[in-house]
Design a protein around this ligand. Structure first.
Ligand code: HEM
Ligand code: SF4
Length: 624
């Protein structure tokens, strides 16, 4: 199938995209352990003062404050700069609409905040010296990582024609397209929209992509989890039309929403909505900060369920028929170095809801955060700080007022498992799927070409996993052999030939394009994994022994390093905090001591290996 793009433009002045791509390729890795200590600190945090945001001047615009609970206060509360920018943006339009029309290669500070809601970050190549060469990173939204055939092919084309020639699969089951120039933004965005894709709300202070298990199992609970992820995503999609105004001249291109979603969104029985607002749930101010939801089924923790603001777990009866959901609240990864009052946190149980109520319960949680989350200092604006400061009892009772019912007690769950879905597996409906390991989610070169050919030739649908991997779906028996061959030719190894360290490892994109990166992650991790394997060999551990290693270039934690057995969190040039976690879904305790010794070896801290630190660093007291 051919995918036509609106405009075919590849000639870029000064070819900045090529420079960015080259920077990625030319990176020669982290310095060896001999010259620079990889680990500067071992679970050690020190204090420093954080920045605080200035108080706004009061503006004569509609304020989004309506709640059945909070009393009116006379004093104008202190608000961060981003709150003022949102308020004055005419529902996420201004000044982006003006900034997009200028000849400058970049946009101003306010527009940078606004374009996030449209699913994009402004970036520049930090490897280049001298003037900044600006480009934009676009992130799609794909509930449960679902990518229809046509959308995959379009993204593949766009990466070549307008990006740096690679596609990046993210830890939130989405694509990131790096290196898009400002002048091409409208073409790229409109092409995605016309092909039933979206970047709306992939970044910004609103509900982000909703995770759910990517595997296309023909099982009632899996299908129900995926359908629920789609419905929650639809419920919390912005309604005021700013996205379509900006990129497709106001044409509203969406698929029909289920009636239950529309009904739940418009319901205002418990004072959740702004009745006359174009954004009935978000109002002018949207949420205080990003908001992340994951749905899953018991035992399948492919989504890192407890790291989300809200975790939703399908509960089925003995016949396998879904009945309702357990809800967990208050997870989140990001923290700020040297500010001890910021923390990564796992979510805790809120309660059980029958399946008909899920959208109302989610809305009640979102509204509780909307009304009570901190808007003065963005370091503390995630819902985890609200849950932590109120305590779960108070949080639950406020949510119940917006929900209009009491939560039932949480249902007991079996142990969690980490599922990667790699290799060939039966879907359960006569078809097969094939899970492919993609190092750090970066698809480029021969791999990209081979994948495209296979997906195009067999008209396959694709799923993206929260481990930055990819699943080819709906494969007939007769296609297995030729597809296996084509994959091998494209450089995809069968899972049994991939080093087990690589299978579970993740790194965020970090340098050269992420503006927040303090040090390397994606470009540094191959060296790091080689070193880990060398230590394994030295102490006589087998090839299939593994350790979950995750690396990020800053403490925002985009690759969820705080959930890894060994998490490396950049805190300076070539320097990382080392975070150790005993996470029940990622590690089997019997191997724990061995791994601990290995980890310390890896970090050059062999003297600590003899100490029994197990109880010091298990996830419970680590996160609290
Ligand atoms: C709190 C936890 C956070 C999570 C779970 C998260 C989630 C993500 C995810 C899934 C990605 C794609 C990365 C990958 O696949 O490796 C990403 C990238 C990114 N995140 Fe975050 N994020 C977090 C915090 C932040 C914060 C606080 C900021 C900014 C203030 C931020 C800015 C970015 C940027 C700029 C990128 C793009 C990097 C690039 O592709 O060049 N993130 N984030
Ligand atoms: S963890 Fe930090 S460096 Fe890595 S992508 Fe996220 S914001 Fe950028």
């Amino acid at each position: 199938m051919a995918t036509a793009l609106g405009a075919a433009s590849t000639a870029v002045p000064g070819d900045r995209r090529a420079a960015a791509a080259a920077a990625f390729r030319s990176f020669t890795g982290l310095k060896s352990s001999g010259s620079v200590p990889l680990a500067r600190q071992l679970n050690a945090l020190s204090l420093s003062s954080g920045s605080s945001s200035s108080a706004p001047s009061s503006a004569s615009v509609v304020r989004a404050v309506s709640t059945p609970i909070k009393p009116e206060t006379a004093a104008e509360p202190k608000r961060s700069k981003v709150e003022i920018i949102k308020e004055q943006s005419n529902y996420i339009r201004y000044p982006l609409n003006e900034e997009l029309l200028t000849d400058a290669p970049n946009i101003n500070e306010s527009a940078i905040q606004i374009i996030k809601f449209h699913g994009s970050y402004q970036q520049y190549n930090r490897d280049e010296r001298g003037g900044r060469s600006y480009s934009f990173m676009l992130r799609t939204k794909n509930p449960f990582g679902n990518v229809p055939n046509q959308l995959y092919l379009v993204m593949d084309d766009l990466a070549d024609q307008f990006g740096i020639g690679t596609l990046r699969l993210t830890t939130r089951q989405t694509f990131q397209l790096h290196g898009v120039l400002k002048k091409d933004l409208k073409t790229v965005m409109s092409t995605i929209i016309m092909n039933m894709g979206s970047t709306l709300g992939a970044c910004g202070d609103l509900n982000r992509n909703v995770l759910a298990p990517a595997a296309p199992y023909a099982r009632k609970d899996y299908k129900f989890a995926q359908e629920t992820a789609e419905n929650i995503a639809a419920l919390l999609t912005p309604q005021s039309g700013f996205y379509f105004d900006m990129w497709v001249n106001g044409e509203k291109i969406t698929s029909d929403e289920p009636a239950e979603v529309v009904k739940a969104r418009n319901d205002n029985s418990h004072g959740t909505n702004f009745p006359d607002s174009p954004e009935p749930i978000y109002g002018t101010q949207f949420l205080p900060r990003k908001f992340k939801i994951a749905v899953t089924v018991p035992t399948d923790n492919s989504v890192d369920i407890f790291t989300n603001d809200v975790g939703v777990v399908v509960i089925s009866n003995e016949e396998g028929e879904p009945q309702g959901f357990n809800l967990y609240v208050g997870g989140g990864m990001g923290r700020t170095h040297r500010v001890e009052t910021t923390f990564a946190r796992l979510s805790e149980p809120l309660g059980y809801v029958p399946k008909e109520d899920i959208l109302y319960a989610i809305k009640a949680i979102v509204v509780t955060q909307r009304e009570n989350g901190r808007r003065d200092d963005r370091k503390y604006s995630r819902m985890k700080y609200l849950v932590s400061s109120w305590g779960i009892e108070k949080f639950r009772s406020v949510v119940e007022q917006y929900y209009g019912r009491k939560f039932e007690p949480i249902r007991e769950l079996p142990e969690w498992e980490f599922k990667s879905y790699l290799g060939w597996q039966k879907q359960g409906d006569g078809g097969w799927f094939c899970g492919l390991h993609v190092d750090n989610g970066r698809i480029g070169g021969n791999m990209k070409k081979a994948l495209r050919e296979i997906i195009e030739q067999y008209n396959l649908n694709v799923r993206l996993t929260p481990n930055q991997n990819l699943i080819l779906c709906d494969i007939r028996n007769a296609w297995k052999r030729p597809i296996t061959k084509a994959l091998a030719q494209g450089g995809f190894l069968e899972p049994k030939y991939v080093d087990s360290l690589n299978i579970t490892a993740m790194a965020c994109p970090a340098l050269p394009l992420c503006p927040l990166a303090i040090t390397e992650a994606e470009r540094g991790i191959p060296d790091l994994l080689k070193r880990a394997r060398a230590v394994f060999d030295k102490v006589g551990l087998k090839y299939n022994e593994s350790l979950v290693i995750r690396v990020t270039g800053c403490p925002n934690g985009c690759a969820r390093p705080y959930m890894a057995e060994l998490g490396l969190v950049g805190d300076g040039p070539n320097s990382y905090q080392v975070r150790l976690t005993l996470s029940q879904c990622l590690i089997s305790p019997e191997n724990y001591q061995n791994k601990l010794i290995l980890t310390f070896n890896l970090c050059g801290k062999t003297d600590l290996a003899r100490r029994d630190t197990k109880s010091d660093i298990n996830s419970k007291n680590f996160y609290e």
